[in-house]
Design a protein around this ligand. Structure first.
Ligand code: DGJ
Length: 736
């Protein structure tokens, strides 16, 4: 296994960053601008090292209209000197123009990865990770304004899989303030392929509430492609993930070039082809809503982009992200622990839940075999509907007269852990908090405060609001034996400005909000390491690596319909591991789709993530309860394979597909889930080929059939579905 390393070849004026499966090369051109020369499979060096300077000449020769060699894949392009694509960095100076010409000054090669001030980032957090993280820091300067940029590139991974983690730090070494209007964290170029099957396609995860992270794959290069969120959350609508693949790329083969943002707020990601030779990916803060005033000596730190190259298709890319996010993101003690199987009150009992209902639910939950009862929305102040009381975090005297401590202890007496829901960032106009602090929400003086779900958002850019929130959450968690907290966030930002900021800093409000949120999350999760935190945002509206840095699991979607979940979970799994994807069995007909799916299918879909229940057991017959109990036990016994195993997607549920299938492999076991949408008459049993197994290894299924790894991959398993729609099959193979 080669070690990750960074070499500077002085003669060729280039940096070669190499790790298993990856080379990334940056050159310094004759104007001292930085050019990305290569991103792809590992390059062997010659005895003379590596010289890619000939790639600098990839611009039209003798084309007189092109006055300068501007058609290079610059690392931090800016407009004004002949680059006509989107800028990565742009600052308005005191002369009123926004030319920003950053040129190479010096570099450092570090053996560790510095943390990002105030922001979450990947780091060496547990034993799975390589302890040395080679990091290249490139120092650049604009000679006129003295804006300095430090570009960071870290080769971080787990020994087998490596990613490139990137960010930028901008410091104003001049004497006049600058206004940053573009501050992308990363820009990279992918060379065009010459054969039709090498044509580039852009791939991203588009969605909506209850329909998150649907895979979109379409031709790149015809026009600029931009995905974004300006909602103040990474959002249901676009996940902060963008990739380029070849037309021929499959789940298991071919090139994938991907970027994922470690950030939970408004972002943008671009794919542009300003020249036939290259297509760019760029990712960073959304320039439509973020600006930053940089006073002399001030520094601005961009969030991190995790950049991944895979030559083994989309599964290969996912293996790298999954490994990294399981081992190098966050510090939760629960990351590698068996997560408690829980029953959540929301879909079964809703907001009107009271003390008696909760205790009855606890008894029923115990009978079903779960470990924890979670009391969702409805437990606090006057919360009899979803129109009030956010901010007043004390138990409703009418509905919960004995308080949280009494209740949690009663639940524990039933033999269950107790978990709780909060929506800490919100404030209802009908709340004591709002009556005391009407200025504590995001708003614009003189304009209407737009309500969504009858609520406003606290202004977390304000230190006093952050302090209040930290104290309030800590008070709740200290008030009772609470083992889990579901942290919800149920609206997007409008009037996204802080009234506490002066006019010249108003455009910083959204990013200051995120910095405030990360401070609150950092303090609260560090103060309660024994509490399992789950992130949620009206389902999966903030399913991103930023939130996962503090909370190791996220509620994947408010859509719990098993068939819809196949698509949502399949799309989510492109980037995020099953260990962070929360998936529950809910009642039928499903509350979002009205669809009835078999209990088995709901159970197998939920076993593809962090398993739980979201049902009212009062509605279940004895035989249904018996079946649920069986699936809870099954989920418990198979939990480790899904949480820690390597996931390979086998059949996509998107498009006209009548099936979906995926496989988890861990040491001596392989677990396969396959789903069929519609039952068809007179069809042959389905043959399903597995992937990524050692050819010679012998496996045995639960019925005693033996197969070699090669047989499973090339001849396949035979699946026998029942004669019903939305059926599912699970196959568990063990090494003999
Ligand atoms: C949205 C979440 O996604 C649901 O699971 C539930 O917690 C509700 N909010 C409660 O208001």
């Amino acid at each position: 296994m080669t070690e990750p390393m960074i070499a500077f070849h002085e003669g060729a004026r280039l940096f070669h960053l190499s790790a298993p499966g990856l080379s990334y090369v940056i050159g310094i051109d004759e104007d001292n601008r930085l050019v990305e020369l290569y991103w792809g499979p590992p390059l062997s060096e010659t005895n003379d090292g590596l010289d890619l300077s000939y790639l600098m000449r990839l611009y039209p020769e003798g084309a007189s209209f092109e006055m300068k060699p501007i058609r290079r894949p610059y690392l931090v392009p800016s407009i004004g000197y002949g680059w006509y694509g989107s800028p990565a960095v742009q600052a308005v100076n005191d002369q009123g123009d926004n030319m920003t010409d950053l040129r190479y000054v010096s570099h450092e090669i570090l053996h560790h990865k510095p943390a990002l001030e105030g922001l979450p980032s990947t780091h060496v957090s547990d034993t799975g990770a390589s302890s040395e993280v080679p990091t290249l820091v490139l120092h650049l300067e604009d000679a006129l304004t003295h804006l300095q940029a430090a570009l960071f590139f870290s080769l971080i991974g787990t020994g087998e899989h490596f990613a490139l983690a990137r960010h930028m730090e901008l410091t104003n070494e001049g004497s006049a303030p600058l206004t940053l209007t573009h501050m992308a964290s990363a820009q990279s170029a992918v060379p065009a392929g010459q054969r039709p099957d090498q044509a580039l396609q852009v791939l991203h995860l588009k969605g909506a509430w209850a329909r998150e992270r649907q895979i979109v794959r379409t031709a790149a290069g015809e026009a600029a492609y931009r995905i974004e969120s300006q909602k103040g959350a990474s959002s249901h609508y676009e996940n902060p993930f963008l990739a380029l693949v070849r037309k021929s790329t499959t789940e298991d083969t071919g090139d994938v070039y991907a970027m994922n943002f470690v950030y939970s707020g408004s972002f943008e990601a671009l794919c542009e082809t300003p020249d036939a030779a290259f297509t760019f990916l760029q990712m960073g803060l959304n320039s439509a809503v973020h600006q930053w005033r940089l006073e002399p000596s001030g520094t601005f730190v961009t969030p991190e982009v995790v950049q991944v190259y895979s030559s083994h298709g989309l599964n290969g890319m996912s293996h790298i992200y999954h490994d990294l996010y399981r081992h190098c993101l966050g510090n939760s003690l629960f990351q590698h622990r068996a997560r408690p199987l829980l029953l959540n009150s929301w879909e079964g009992l809703g907001i009107t839940i009271n003390e008696q209902d909760t205790l009855q639910l606890a008894r029923q939950a115990k009978e079903l075999g779960v470990d924890m009862l979670v009391l969702d929305d409805g437990w606090f102040a006057n919360r009899n509907d979803d129109k009030r009381s956010l901010g007043d975090w004390y138990p409703s005297p009418e509905k919960f007269p004995h308080g949280l401590k009494w209740l949690a202890e009663k639940v524990r007496e039933e033999g269950l852990l107790f978990g709780l829901w909060m929506e800490p960032e919100m404030i209802s106009p009908d709340s004591d908090l709002y009556r005391s602090h009407p200025d504590w929400c995001l708003h614009v003086d003189g304009r209407e405060r737009s309500l969504a779900r009858t609520q406003l958002i606290l202004d977390l850019s304000r230190r006093e609001v952050q302090d209040y929130l930290i104290q309030t959450i800590e008070n709740v968690l200290n008030s009772a034996p609470i083992s889990y907290l579901k942290w919800d966030y149920n609206r997007n930002m409008t009037e996204p400005f802080s009234s506490a900021l002066p006019p010249e800093r108003k455009m910083e409000s959204q990013h200051r909000y995120m910095l405030g949120l990360y401070r609150v999350l950092g303090e609260v999760t560090a103060a309660f390491p024994q509490v399992l935190f789950e992130s949620c945002s009206g389902g999966g509206g903030r399913f991103d690596a930023g939130m996962l840095s503090y909370m190791c699991q996220t509620w994947t979607s408010d859509d719990t319909d098993a068939y819809e979940r196949l698509k949502i979970q399949y799309g989510t799994s492109l980037v995020y591991p099953a260990s962070c994807m929360v998936a529950h069995i809910s009642d039928v007909p499903n509350s979002q789709t009205g669809r009835r799916t078999p209990l088995k299918t709901r159970a197998y879909a939920a076993m593809g993530g962090c398993f739980g229940l979201e049902i009212d057991p009062g509605h279940a017959s004895d035989s249904e309860k018996e079946e649920i109990r069986k699936y809870v036990e099954e989920a418990r016994s198979l939990q480790k394979i899904a949480q820690e195993g390597e996931l390979d997607r086998l059949i996509s549920p998107f498009g006209d597909s009548n099936m979906a299938a995926w496989q988890f492999s861990l040491e001596n076991e392989v677990l396969v889930y396959a789903f069929r949408r519609l039952s068809l008459p007179n069809t042959m049993p389905v043959r399903l080929c597995l992937t990524n197994l050692p050819e010679q290894t012998q496996y045995e299924d639960e019925e005693g059939h033996r197969y070699s790894g090669g047989q499973l991959m090339h001849a396949g398993l035979v699946l026998r579905f029942d004669g019903q729609d939305f059926d599912a099959v699970r196959i568990h193979l063990k090494k003999v």
